[in-house]
Design a protein around this ligand. Structure first.
Ligand SMILES: NC(=O)c1ccc[n+]([C@@H]2O[C@H](COP(=O)([O-])OP(=O)(O)OC[C@H]3O[C@@H](n4cnc5c(N)ncnc54)[C@H](OP(=O)(O)O)[C@@H]3O)[C@@H](O)[C@H]2O)c1
Length: 137
């Protein structure tokens, strides 16, 4: 099982010709390389400093949800357990292809960022309901 945290964000990181030329969209590329692995996309839309500070106990009113996507249920269950242990609810977005819903350029990519301070601020909680709205926006 592999957790894919990667983003391809040309606006921030520059273009990679091999990714642009590939038949497979960037958010599915890792799975095409790791054919023997069950890839679960997770943690790709939260800044590492915010991941360290936004975790809360189960049931807390300001507990946040993190999206996960993958093609294999037991792998997603394992990642959801890990996410719960870190103080977050896991929100299953669906198959790996659905991770496009929290890829760079989507509203959900910035789910925990305060628009005023972005990466300088401590991070803003996003509940399951907040995240669901962003994922469908
Ligand atoms: N940082 C976050 O908070 C965060 C949150 C969510 C998702 N992500 C995603 O996680 C990924 C990594 O982010 P990061 O913040 O860890 O970036 P980073 O600190 O810049 O680290 C990137 C790593 O990739 C290696 N690398 C770059 N180009 C390579 C190449 N062509 N071949 C082999 N290795 C290469 C670098 O190696 P060298 O050190 O040798 O250059 C470095 O170890 C990105 O896709 C990012 O969008 C990051």
């Amino acid at each position: 099982m592999v957790i894919d945290t990667l983003n391809y964000d040309p606006a921030r990181q520059g273009r990679v010709p091999e990714i642009d030329a590939a038949d497979t969209p960037a958010h599915l590329l890792l799975q095409t390389h790791l054919t023997g692995s069950r890839v679960v996309k997770a943690f790709s839309n939260i800044f590492f400093k915010h991941l360290a500070t936004l975790g809360r106990p189960t049931g807390a009113s300001d507990r946040s949800a993190l999206p996960i996507a993958g093609d294999e249920a037991t792998a997603k269950e394992a990642v959801a357990t890990l996410i719960d242990s870190l103080g977050y609810d896991a929100y299953d977005v669906g198959p790996l292809a659905e991770s496009r819903r929290f890829a760079p350029g989507t509203p959900a990519q910035h789910a925990y960022l305060d628009p005023a301070d972005m990466f300088a601020a401590p991070g803003r909680p996003a509940s399951t309901e907040d995240l669901a709205k962003l994922l469908s926006a």
